[in-house]
Design a protein around this ligand. Structure first.
Ligand code: RTP
Ligand code: MG
Length: 139
């Protein structure tokens, strides 16, 4: 079976620090196949729409400002059990709580500037992939 998909972003802190290549290498070495990839810079409005589920949370405004502060790389990734496997690879939201060897443990700067995004369910993976990519931008 080719597997299911998840949606990811390499976030502004990781892109700006020049860690995109190293993170993509870890993703591929963990057995994920890149099915779509795009470098872009979000506006605060687009970041706000993407993170709409968090709009009542106290960090929402800061999160939207941060996510639009520098370019991001949007990714659709495929693997068996992709959502869960990818969240294992990236580690806990707070890098001080992330397991050794995880992407956030290695590259995140803080609980907000935490290097990567990973979808939290198959349903949200499909919604988030559709938010960034048309069918012609996916293989
Ligand atoms: P993500 O959605 O980016 O994969 O991260 P996550 O599921 O681990 O965390 P989530 O609760 O969905 O939060 C989304 C993003 O908001 C920022 N955040 N800041 N200041 C704070 O306390 C705080 N908490 C979360 C992080 O960038 C987090 O990834
Ligand atoms: Mg989340």
């Amino acid at each position: 079976m080719a597997g299911s998909i998840t949606f990811s972003m390499i976030k502004p802190d990781a892109y700006s620090a020049g860690n995109s290549g190293a993170i993509l290498k870890m993703i591929e070495e963990a057995g994920f196949t890149i099915k779509a990839m795009k470098l872009t810079k979000l506006t605060p409005e687009v970041a706000g729409k993407f993170y709409e589920v968090h709009k009542e949370r106290p960090f929402y405004g800061e999160l939207c400002a941060y996510m639009s502060s520098a370019p991001i790389i949007a990714l659709v990734l495929q693997k068996a059990n992709a959502v869960e496997e990818f969240r294992k690879l990236i580690g806990a939201t707070d890098p001080t709580k992330a397991a050794d060897g995880t992407i956030r443990k290695i590259f995140a700067k803080s609980i907000e500037a935490n290097a990567v995004h990973g979808s939290d369910s198959d349903e949200n993976a499909a919604i988030e992939a559709g938010f960034f990519f048309s069918q012609f931008e996916r293989v």
